[in-house]
Ligand binder design. Structure first.
Ligand code: ADP
Length: 425
């Protein structure tokens, strides 16, 4: 069976967020990093292509999104999803509006929705106004975002500034009446000349109704919230099996290691917890700057120990220690020295036989994934909210796939590095 849902995400962690949501809703999901070149796997229900287009120039974002769409079309996808941030991160020029219109034109469709709501995370839309927790978007921290400051909470106005077509609104009083009422509003808005509409949503029930109403739309756009309602459409039409475990991953094996490059509070606690349970090796940016073979020492140290159980290699340090290194080396140099070293350590650990690897830190994860040549991730069960085990689309020397858990700095419980293995066979 071919892929059902093809998604284009405008950044990497947004892509992971959507992929996790689809897995939880019963779709086997693959996240691809950038526009893929390889063949389409035949055992996935949804593919998320993660771009880095949120703040790129409009023309670049449009061109990349169209290239992603063409690949997903060739993969046989039946419906397409443009995923952006639940705080509608964009500038007056885009990129949400222009990318949406380009995708609509390529798909030859005259109507779509825009719904970034994600009530479980405090993003709700009422009368077209986006709320972040208890305050309107323009009173939230997004007001001062360095790249995409959001100074207007009225999404109809925000989106209208970015598009040529006319933007409508479907209010919550319609949404709460269910999918048929929403569908009737789609028709009425189209008759009124609208090409897209903001849709209110204040609860998961609203998202499910919106999802059901979107069954026949070639393109939907939003945050990860509306993904909640889409899988059921495929089940209803017999295209998606009921009751299969979408989070099941292929078997992995090999040795176990943790690489921590995050200095956030949660990671500091996780490092302290694991140090009490397992051998650990600390990376010091000042030694790296002095030209010492820190990577070689770390790998020689790991080679002596990793056969006996999980090992931890970390650069994680207290704010004072980080500041001292930054004062000597500069913020950027300290960071890039550590990242580069951890990337080489990841490659070295895999060569030593590590097949199950946890990485802590957003930037650190990006570096490790690149160093390992990972083209994509099959998304599995969540270890803690927002952090699933994944299996990388890359080969290890032993042939078995590589299990990766990529953890944002502040995610996860204190015992994350110790308990995560329990979910793997
Ligand atoms: P988080 O997800 O917590 O933000 P990141 O990996 O995105 O973690 O960012 C942490 C940054 O701090 C990386 O650039 C990393 O190389 C850098 N870093 C880690 N340890 C140190 C250290 N001891 N001194 C200076 N910089 C460090």
């Amino acid at each position: 069976m071919s892929v059902l849902l093809g998604c284009i995400a405008d950044d990497f962690t947004g892509g992971t967020d959507l992929a996790g949501m689809l897995v939880k809703s019963g779709m086997r999901t693959l996240q691809l990093i950038g526009i893929p070149t390889g063949p389409v796997p035949d055992d996935v229900d949804a593919i998320v292509i993660a771009l880095k287009s949120r703040t790129s120039p409009v023309d670049d974002a449009v061109a990349e999104s169209l290239a992603a769409l063409r690949w997903l079309q060739a993969a046989g996808c039946r419906q397409f999803y443009f995923k952006y941030c639940s705080t509608f991160d964009s500038t007056a020029q885009g990129n949400i509006g222009p990318v949406t219109e380009a995708l609509m034109q390529a798909l030859d469709t005259g109507f779509t929705i825009a719904c970034p709501a994600f009530p479980a995370n405090g993003r709700t839309i009422y009368k077209g106004y986006l709320f972040v927790g208890d305050v309107p978007l323009n009173e939230s921290g997004m007001r001062d975002h360095p790249l995409t400051p959001m100074t207007d909470a009225n999404l109809v106005r925000v989106l209208q500034r970015q598009v040529r077509g006319k933007v409508g609104l479907i209010e919550q009083r319609v949404v709460e009446q269910g999918a048929d009422a929403i569908g009737a509003r789609f028709a009425a808005l189209q008759a009124d000349g609208c090409t897209m509409t903001i849709v209110d949503a204040v609860s998961n029930r609203d998202l499910e109704a919106i999802g059901a109403a979107c069954a026949a739309l070639p393109l939907v756009t939003g945050g990860s919230g509306i993904a909640l309602g889409l899988p059921e459409n495929f089940r209803r039409s017999g295209l998606l099996a009921r009751g299969h475990v979408a989070s099941a991953l292929p078997a992995t094996g090999g040795l176990r290691a943790v690489i921590a490059g995050s200095c956030s509070v949660a990671t500091q606690r996780q490092v302290a917890h694991m140090r009490a349970h397992a051998p650990s090796f600390q990376i010091d940016p000042l030694q790296l700057a002095a030209g010492a073979d820190v990577v070689g020492s770390a790998l020689a140290w790991a080679a002596q120990r990793v056969n006996a159980g999980p090992v931890l290699i970390y650069a994680t340090a207290t704010p004072q220690t980080v500041r001292a290194a930054q004062e000597q080396l500069g913020v950027e140099r300290a960071g890039s020295l550590v990242e580069e070293a951890l990337g080489r350590i990841a490659t070295g650990l895999v060569a030593l036989g590590v097949g199950q690897l946890i990485v802590a830190g957003g930037e650190t994860s990006g570096t490790v994934v690149k160093a390992l040549g990972v083209a994509g991730l099959r998304i599995g069960a969540e270890i803690d909210p927002g952090v699933p085990w994944t299996v990388a689309l890359t080969d290890r020397p032993e042939g078995l796939p590589l299990a990766l858990a990529l953890k944002s700095g502040n995610f996860g419980s204190d015992d994350f590095f110790v308990k995560a293995w329990e979910l793997l066979s």
